[in-house]
Design a protein around this ligand. Structure first.
Ligand SMILES: [Zn+2]
Length: 281
């Protein structure tokens, strides 16, 4: 698989990427990323910096992850979700017609993706104030807009000041007309890569066909509980350190947990302890 957008390296667009092996350490970064960051875009940067081995043939650091387009970042988080949790994701929504809950499945790693269009990641456009360069929004722009405490209009101007330039010099967004804004909007739409973040479903209760939004970042908001329990079980039985356990690939961790289950005749240590306590109470 390739990035739907990619990064310019020495004038050439490169779309290759590689994740590090999925270990407990990586799952912990994902589960706890919110503890150290203020906003979702900062969280995404943190997770991708920790999980990517390489992108566009380059080593990965915070700045390179910020340089990835917004669509590439969504795509990568969905791919990471598919690597960590190979099963489908269940989504519950409420029908727009009868308000009954509807459940359906998606495969995060196989959502349709619109690849970047002509001109990506930076193209020239003709506006009322002349010929300008317009760049597709990236992670740095997402972080910028997420940390500003400002109204929508000020935010938009701040964003446009980052995306628009004339021969490398910034442009004053105040000088743009309504038509200019339409041209910018349409150009960004065509140029930017984008994951399909809606699903077409039919309500099983009232048969209404509707579009339901898919959150590309749903896997980021997870509990650390399961991972903590697994670490506890492995540490308890094998006397391994937490650090060693977190370095195990997910598959091997699952295998050791199975072996423990088997050696206990399907009983988990916790169950045994609970049973014993049950006798005393
Ligand atoms: Zn319905």
């Amino acid at each position: 698989m390739e990035l739907p957008g990619g990064l310019l390296v020495d004038g050439r667009l490169r779309r290759d990427y590689r994740f590090k092996p999925v270990t407990g350490e990586l799952e912990r970064v994902l589960a706890e990323s919110g503890l150290y960051t203020e906003t979702l875009p900062e969280q995404v940067t943190r997770i991708l910096t920790a999980s990517l081995q390489q992108v566009a043939g380059q080593p990965v650091d915070v700045d390179r992850v910020r340089a990835l387009s917004a669509g590439d970042r969504q795509f990568l988080i969905l791919q990471l979700e598919a690597l960590i949790d190979t099963g489908p994701r269940w989504i519950t929504a409420h029908c727009g017609g009868c308000a009954e809950p509807i459940q359906f499945q998606i495969e995060p790693g196989n959502l349709p993706i619109k690849a970047a269009g002509q001109g990506y990641p930076q193209t020239s456009i003709t506006l009322s104030i002349g010929e300008m360069d317009l760049r597709a929004p990236n992670g740095g722009d997402e972080e910028f807009t997420s940390i500003q405490d400002a109204d929508q209009g000020t935010l938009l101007h701040g964003l446009l000041a980052r995306l628009l330039s004339e021969l490398g010099r910034p442009v004053d967004p105040q000088s743009l007309s309504g038509e200019d804004m339409e041209v910018i909007d349409q150009t960004l739409d065509e140029m930017s890569p984008q994951a399909a973040l809606t699903a077409s479903i039919e309500c099983p209760h009232c048969r209404l066909s509707q579009e339901v939004a898919i959150d590309p970042y749903a896997c980021i908001i997870q509990e650390t509980g399961t991972l903590d329990e697994e670490i506890h079980t492995l540490a308890f039985h094998y006397h391994w350190s937490e650090r060693d356990i977190l370095q195990l690939p997910r598959g091997r961790r699952a295998r050791y947990l199975q072996l423990i289950d088997r050696s206990l005749g399907k009983y988990r240590a916790d169950d045994l302890i609970q049973d014993q306590q049950g006798g005393l109470w």
